[in-house]
Design a binder for this molecule. Structure first.
Ligand SMILES: NC(=O)c1ccc[n+]([C@@H]2O[C@H](COP(=O)([O-])OP(=O)(O)OC[C@H]3O[C@@H](n4cnc5c(N)ncnc54)[C@H](OP(=O)(O)O)[C@@H]3O)[C@@H](O)[C@H]2O)c1
Length: 262
């Protein structure tokens, strides 16, 4: 796939990976529609993209608000007449320590990381079905198969994304010619992980390159970087008794909060 003149909707466009995807696709002359909550940053980014000689529209969109998502998709379709690709990267990473186990953290994370994508898919489907083509790529995470101490809310939301996309993939392709792509990044050096020590992180630029290349190649899953892919696949093979022997502090990683018991 060549991105020139393709209409691409991007959520989480102000984030580490989202912003880089926007810049790289702008240079490839895609027609962009970019969304996130920080309007000022969206405007700056849109102005930069227009200076590359392509189109870029933007609107504030909080993925916890169904109406915002509806409006984002409608705005894109009404402006450009079609939507070729949606790249959904909006997400949050919030620790949920066992000491202060709090269901509201899990609900908030599910609302943003999982339901935010679900509502986008619901609104994109009628447009892509009518067009007879489309690609929806959603950010999950590389470790989406096994739990990690302290990160259950995030992991559950991303496992849900991966599971949903895999459930939709074959049928959406066979019936409607819609491609679903699960983006599974390892550690990427973005604001999301700035408070945590994560060795081996790749740059957001490199991550955006992997993602764009994967979409162009029509991959079903985009996993990177290779060394982390291998390590996670090996870890996935551990039986539960061996998996539980991984030190909890190692699972949480450096920088994880140390709260007092509730
Ligand atoms: N960084 C990593 O190591 C890593 C690894 C695996 C997977 N991922 C996933 O990759 C995606 C991009 O991550 P990143 O590292 O680029 O994160 P980031 O730099 O923290 O950016 C997150 C983006 O999500 C947006 N966002 C957050 N809450 C939102 C809401 N309620 N409504 C709309 N937009 C919202 C933010 O924009 P506003 O604040 O302007 O709304 C921002 O654009 C995420 O889904 C993340 O879970 C990241």
């Amino acid at each position: 796939m060549d991105f020139e003149n393709k209409v691409v909707l991007i959520s989480g466009a102000t984030g580490g990976m989202g912003e880089e995807i926007v810049k790289q696709l702008g240079k490839e002359k895609a027609k962009l529609a970019i969304f996130a909550r920080r309007e000022e940053k969206l405007k700056e980014l849109s102005d930069e993209i227009k200076s590359y000689g392509t189109e870029c529209i933007y609107k504030k969109c909080d993925v916890k608000k169904i109406e915002d998502i509806k409006e984002a998709v409608k705005f894109t379709k009404e402006t450009y007449g079609k939507i070729d690709v949606a790249i959904l990267t909006a997400g949050v990473l919030i620790p949920n320590p066992i000491e202060t186990f709090d269901a509201s953290i899990i609900k908030n994370t599910m609302d943003i990381n999982f339901m935010g994508s679900v509502y986008f898919i619901e609104n994109l489907f009628p447009i892509m079905k009518a067009q007879g083509f489309g690609t929806i790529a959603v950010a999950s995470t590389l470790p989406d198969k096994r739990g990690l101490a302290g990160w259950g809310a995030y992991g559950a939301s991303k496992a849900a994304v991966s599971w949903l996309l895999e459930s939709l993939r074959a049928e959406a392709k066979q019936k409607y010619n819609i491609n679903f792509i699960t983006i599974k990044p390892g550690t990427v050096d973005t604001p999301m992980i700035q408070n945590y020590e994560r060795p081996g992180a790749v740059s957001p630029q490199k991550a955006a390159e992997f993602i764009i290349k994967g979409i162009k190649k029509g991959k079903r899953e985009i996993e990177f970087p290779l060394i982390q892919v291998i390590l996670i696949k090996l870890r996935n093979l551990f039986p539960p008794w061996a998996y539980d022997k991984i030190p909890v502090e190692m699972q949480k990683g450096g920088g994880y909060p140390n709260p007092k018991e509730k």
